[in-house]
Write a new protein. Sequence first.
Length: 106
Amino acid sequence: MVLLAVIFVIYLSYVFSKYISKGTAKITAAKHMQVIDRLVVGQDRFILIVSVLDKYYLVSVTGQSIEILKELDGDELKNSSDNEPKPLDFDLFKTTFTNMFKRDKK
């Protein structure tokens, strides 16, 4: 009987935590703001590109402050996305990795 009560309490806590998380996600969701990109520059220090009402900002974030560094041009930002790094070629990685081990065996 005690085992059933423990299982029931665990189940209720699971259901309740799911319910709370759904409500929290709705509260914290931003309608007009979005972080486009993030660069970690140190412990507790970031540089962000943030979109606010169709305007883009370069923002510095530290543990003590948040500062807008520059307002960015949306067209400039969209053009820079064309220069994204290409994904790694797995076949090239595989052959390089295999060749490394072949040299070690000789």
